[in-house]
Design a binder for this molecule. Sequence first.
Ligand code: DAH
Length: 367
Amino acid sequence: MENLENIKAEMLASVAAVENMKGWDDIRVSLIGKKGKITEMMKSLGSLSAEEKIETGKKLNVLKNEIEQALEKKKNLLAEQELNVRLAQEKVDVTLPVRPETQGRIHPVSKIYEEIVAIFGEMGFEVAEGPDIEDQFHNFNALNMPANHPARQMQDTFYIPNKKSDDFDDSYVVRTHTSPVQIRAMESRPLPIRIIAPGRTYRSDYDATHTPMFHQVEGLVIDKNITMAHLKGCLYDFVKAFFELDDVPVRYRPSYFPFTEPSAEMDIGCLKSKNELKIGSGTDWLEILGCGMVHPNVLRAGGIDPDEYQGFAFGMGIDRLAMLKYGIPDLRTFFESDVRWLKHYGFTPLDFSSMTGGLNNNGGSAR
Ligand code: DAH
């Protein structure tokens, strides 16, 4: 064993030459395993004299320690190298679209809904909700439409019997408009109020532009010193943002709604030709919403003093806006659940509407 130094150098060289974990383990076994070289050398100590045994035993222990350390170092190095190789191979580009092949589509009504919320949200409006099944107080009476008021005939109402009462006035309705949410907002929210209320509405009507269930969005602002000028500015900003145009001509025609005084209908400028409708330019007008200053009786019904507070309100059909904006000719197709239709007119779910990122970046996804 005199050339222990040579043996050590050889062993260290073989450890250094190892290239992977498999090779490392083979070397470890062949050096310090049960039948490894160093183990064998230690076993052979028995044939030496007592003095030599101590001397050589010490040296072998030192050798074994050094080899163990070299093996440990090598192991760490190999582990690190193998990890780096794996990291390079298994790289994931987290900036890629999550599911480029998304099949589902967002319905145009949901899209318009999102767009409207994004626009009014930016103006500081909150979204308010009310029930689809309403009592007549909220749907009619509180909106300045007492029983037998002729305006009740303006809407073809679906009534729902009240099992607890035979009195027709106690029967429920599926709400004919989103206006009852005005009353619910006044009842439940602190002043000032600035809400929109999008949702389902129901009337007995069915043709290319009417379905028994349809969607409206209501708007309500109540504060001190609110005027018609606020109403006009707010709705003008809305139509520009909604149609994504720098300017949209608007006009207000006097109208009648029981819950507003004065009342108006808002038209936007457009160009109607045989096959096309172009918003924003031209000599034609298109009615898009009803609006007005909240009637004092409505404020009173909502528990608000009309001598102290004023407000404006507006209501519009969401489905109609979707038809206009995305050129969909027949409202009935909205509710037929035809997957081909949805593929054509729908929107990709990952395309969020926002005032900063765009309302509908991709347009109709399939077009
Ligand atoms: N509720 C009306 C309807 O369904 C729409 C409407 C008109 C709502 C004028 C309003 C408004 O808030 O001020 O036809």
